[in-house]
Design a protein. Sequence first.
Length: 386
Amino acid sequence: MSENSGTFYIVSAPADPKKIDAVNKLKAKIASRGGDYAEVFAVNLPEFKVGTLDTLVVLSDDLSKLDSNFESIACKLSDNMKSLLNNDVEQWRSNLSVTDKSIDNYLRGFQWNAMKYRTDKSLRELTDLITQEVTSIDTLMKNKMQNYATVKGQLQGLQRKQVGNLSVRSLNDVVKKEHFVLDSEYLTTLLVAVPKQSERDWLNNYESLTQMVVPRSTQKITEDDEYIIYTVTLFKRIVDDYTLKAREFKFIVRDFKWDESQMAKDKKELAEIGASEKGLWSQVLRLCKTNFGEVYASWLHIKVIRACVESVLRYGLPPDFQVMIVKAKPKQDRKVRDLINQLYSNLGGAANSKGSIDEHVEENLQLLLGDKDYSPVVLFPVNAIV
């Protein structure tokens, strides 16, 4: 979450006596000139097919799990996007959108998507529909990210061969055909990485490390800050011995054979995998952006359904409550929650109408309920990601 942002909450309170009165009373408590701690936005919802209390009890438990699961999926998509953008926070934030709006604006102006989630369906049917959509997206994105990770891993493996010092990196781009003795039945040319501080030792000793070394056959090919690449020509039969002896002087015989067709193949493979990785990166980033918005919107609809179900279970039938989205101002989260709990303390049966309550009694009540964040009103935090 960005430094200057505040926490969002979904609050659902009984009509008092009308729904608009519930909105106005909450605003007076936390969003008035005398208590400017938050912003309050009324959510206008259609009339849902509520069903029986028994079905709502079961649905309540399912919604709690789905709420947590969908948040996790949305956060994962957000993290994937940030990783694809090399943790560029500004770019990442600009790509996080829901229905072409910033998350902040989407939450402030939330409206039920009646075209997509028709209210002629029951709350259970709506929940199952949203779950199916999010599960499908989650499966798709896991497969896409895995495919991209595989190709990126292949590319990084090839690129590692192009970096590092001359003792480890590919030599395809520094050697030429004329550096080698080719098509000889008995002779071969080795490439040796010689530490720069040991160049004199190489020149004095390369001919005598073993027998059967061609005199004056060494040739300097290239150098970097740490190593110099020299050639040496010798009989094929003593290559293994020569490699061992060279190691005693800290000379590194590179595993290299001149093969133009293989070198061309390696170059082509690097270009093809590089192009494939770039194409997949663009595709996966686009899918992350689109599907993040889809999942986030689906998740908020699940949260709203959950708020409605909990409201019926707490406040009873017929449904007569107002759902609101509250945005606490920076560093006012705790104050906003305390004021909300005060305003609705009578719903918990633990305070008088003024909201005055013995703090120890309230704390013990919350502990007994097993939830230190217990609120007498239906209240859920909303992760705004950024």
